[in-house]
Design a protein around this ligand. Sequence first.
Ligand code: FEO
Length: 404
Amino acid sequence: MAIPPKAVELASGITWVGIEDFQRRVFDALIPLPYGTSYNSYLVKGNEKLALIDTGYSPFEQEYRAKIAGVANMETLDYLVMNHAEPDHGGCMPGVLASAPNARLIATKKGVEMAGLFHGVPEDRCLAVKTGDTIDLGGKTLQFIEAPWLHWPETMFTFAVEDRVLFTCDFFGAHVASDRLFADEVGPIVLPEAKTYFAEIMMPYTKMAAAGLDKARAVNPAVIAPSHGPVHRDPAEILRAYEDWIRGPLKKKAVLPYVTMFDSTRKLIDAVADSLSSEDIEAVPYDLLVLNVSQISRDLVDASAIVLGSPTLLGGLHPVAASGLTLVKALRPRLKLAAFVGSYGWGGGAGSQAKGALEALRFEVVDILDITGPPHEKDIERAAQLGQTLARRIKGNPQLVSGE
Ligand code: FEO
């Protein structure tokens, strides 16, 4: 069941016909969705032609079609604009194209390829566009802006020129389902959820996100309409937030993901965290066994350092710690400083493996503390020293604005 059932007009002739998916609890078999998500789609009606921007997730096709039918006759559709091919947006495309015999699919060159691969759209129904190309709907112009890797290689933005509405698909999105459409109505959950979304979907492509942000700013949009979550009818706040997450200063913050078997590694992590806190560095420990992917992802957007904690298991990193590192590697945070703490019973191995893995991520490994057996007082003191060393390095980090 999805609400609101009604379409919502964003501007004259531009109507949201999306789906609110309140029940969904996980995305990409990885990302928790505490607030569900939405699959936003928009109808743009000119005096002469009708366009649909993105579609939705196929399990909701019936409801989606009913929503469109309340606004327009799908059979009369002239253009289906595909900003992104991923099935959460492209899943209803085959059905829409089957119902709209004269409609042409508009996408980037790569998008045309992917529409064929993922959705079986024949090339002769497609029109490939590049940055600056436009279509005239009669009193309404759609302009296309290539914006690759936000979040797949084929992605683009579509700009409704006269109304200055920028449709950005995943970019500026948030996994939030709501009975309200506009960000200012949905309230304070929007920015934290947008930050989580940025961390998980855009941070791995920070350079492309920076280029995307510049392209969005260049058209001076009055409204930013992504395809997940609320629509920003005052875009200044989300533009400023993206600026901060992409190019802003890092914070005096360290994340400390760890796994522990008999509490030895946890005690070392606690000592490091206490030491960092005493140096005015925010320390955020994460027990990887009960990891909330979204929380650590969000913290990685502006953290300055990571401290990995792992016992040695079977001669190397505990597999849960290795899995945590895999996530960090995939997200590509901007932080540069790293350290490791752990304990082992006899031969060790986690410390040296962690060093290699952290260096492979191009982090500077500030310190490695790998102790034998449970931590004694001297080990706790050593962990505190590690925290102090790291704190000094964080404070001396040129990516950090003093006092931030
Ligand atoms: Fe919302 Fe990358 O799809």
